[in-house]
Every structure is written in structure tokens, then in C-alpha cells.
Design a protein around this ligand. Sequence first.
Ligand SMILES: Cc1cc2nc3c(=O)[nH]c(=O)nc-3n(C[C@H](O)[C@H](O)[C@H](O)COP(=O)(O)O)c2cc1C
Length: 341
Amino acid sequence: MAGGVSVPHLAQAVSEAGGLGFLAAGYKTADGMYQEIKQLRGLMTRPFGVNLFMPQPEYADRGAVEIYTHQLAGEAAWYETELGDPDSGRDDGYDAKLAVLLDNPVPIVSFHFGVPSSEVLESLRRVGTFTLVTATTPEEALAVERAGADAVIAQGVEAGGHQGTHRDVPENDGSGIGLLSLIAQVRETVNLPIVAAGGIMRGSQIAAALAAGATAAQLGTAFLATPESGADAVHKQALTNPLFTRTELTRAFSGRPARGLVNRFMREHGPYAPAAYPEVHHITSPLRKKAATAGDAQGMALWAGQGHRMARELPAGQLVEVLAAELDAARTALSGKGDLR
Ligand SMILES: Cc1cc2nc3c(=O)[nH]c(=O)nc-3n(C[C@H](O)[C@H](O)[C@H](O)COP(=O)(O)O)c2cc1C
């Protein structure tokens, strides 16, 4: 979880409890990523993963970006800041990060927003790294398999944060595919291990994903509320605040569809935000920072999956243990040997 959420202490707590912690490198520089890997290695010897964003091709309609900038002028005045420069950078140093990961191999690397080249996947395999790539449709899963990744992350539309859609287009209406249906479709399309992601908050849901054909499950929102997560306190509290009743996919904050708690900013700007990532991400960056500093949940990106109300404020290691116990109980019940609550 990029944006300062998946900090080394969170990854450590998850991995040490028997899960698989990840460091998010999407918005980090290559050196920032390297420092976090070093820090995590100093904290533990368990396996972990690093997540990268694929660089996005230039596709934004510049006119639409300009109009959106004008439409956000009132926000800039309200939060007493300037809007960010839409051209602050396209790929956050993807090649440099890959070079670091080839020189200092980590157990697992996952990719979001597209498929790396076969050469990149092969070079990671040669240094002993297992690769995962997100897919949101069976067609995207096929592209992942053809490129030669070791496994595919099937990300359902319930998922919090950005959809890992390979190519965002303005016609993308954000309807998406629900997780259980997606797992079944991906399973009938490719011959790769499937990691299920989206809306999973309980061990019983992991059991359901495994029963549908997944090999593992990936949880984001469930870990947002843990004390180790680097999420802003306002964001953590909002997950279970009855004021926030629903989530929606929006381009309002970044220009790419991402699921968050519906707040004022999303309601006012979501309907006309253009398909323009990372331009919109850069433009809104100072607004999001100012809103967070002011403790204003109505102006922040409150990324959250559909299961947000079920978030538990447990320490991350304990949460992994509770999830594992719930998974065991559900599997026993499914096998007809126990009660499923
Ligand atoms: C705050 C937040 C940040 C996220 N950042 C990333 C990211 O940097 N890279 C990525 O591959 N997925 C990211 N995701 C998506 C997760 O990998 C995963 O698909 C999602 O959390 C699963 O749905 P859930 O949140 O309902 O568990 C993020 C999700 C959240 C909630």
C-alpha cells in the first residue's frame, strides 16, 4: 500500500506472524525503496515482497487536464496552497528501482498498473525473485501469463485503493468484476497460481477465495487500521466511522479509478475528473497533504475496500493470527466437520 501505509514495521509484523508483508515502492524513489528494504532486512529474516507501479504511457487529454486544474482552483484557495505540477514525473524511476532489485534481490516483486516485459520478469527469475502481476479481467490475466509471471493477483472491483487495470481509458466505467466471479474466470483462462484481492476482511472470506480456486489472498484495508500501518490517523478512524457509509471508484484524486470512502472531494470532483494518471495525482498532491495536516477527512483520499466497516484495530501480527484461525475454522466447517459462524 503506497503513500506511506506499508512501512517496514507493518511488513515485519505481518511476515513474522506467518503472513507475507510487502513494501510499497510505487511512489518511492529507487533510493527510498532501497533504504526501506535495508531497514526491513535489519528487522527480520522472514520473506517479504516489494511492489512496483508500471510506468504509464502518455495518454491524457491535455485539455481535460487543464480544465480539471481550473476546476480545482477553489480547493487550492480553500486549503491555502498551490496545485501541483501535472508534469512532475511519469514513472517514479521504474528502471532505477528494477536495477536495485536485480542487484539486491528480494524474495517477491509484484507489479500494479500493467505487465512488465518478459525480459524484466526473466531477469528477476534469474536472481531468484518470484513475480506477481495484478489483473482485473481474465484478458489481463492472460497477458500476465504470456509475459511469463510466476503468479497473477486477481483484484476484484471490491478492492480498496487503485484498480490495477493494465490500461486506463476514459470509457472505463469502473463497473469491474466481483472477486469470486473474477477468480473463477481467471482460473478457466490461465494456468497460474491466483492471489485473490478485494474486500477480504475475515478468514472465512479467504476460505471462500481458496475454495473458488485461489492459492492465496491479499488484504489491504484490513491492515490499514493496524497500529503498525503508516496510514494517517484520520484515515484509520474514518474506516469505521458511521459518517462514511459507502465506497466508490473515483478518478478525483489521481486520474485512475481507485476505491475510497465517499467524501466531499470525491462527490464534488469525481463526476468530471479526467482519465489522466499520474497528472491528476500530481495536481492534487498538495491538496491531499494540506487536508491531512488539517485533519480534514473530507479533502483526503480515504482509500478503502468495500469491507472497510469490518476493520479491526488489532496489532498486525495478531490480525494475521486471527485471520489464520478464522480460515481454519471455515475450512473445517466447509469440510462438514464443524460449525461455520
Ligand atoms: C491504502 C491502499 C493503498 C494501496 N496501494 C497499492 C499499491 O501501492 N500497490 C498495489 O499493487 N496495490 C495497492 N493497493 C491495492 C491492494 O494491493 C489490494 O488490491 C487491495 O487492498 C485489496 O482490497 P482490500 O483493500 O479490500 O483488501 C492499495 C490498497 C489500499 C487500501
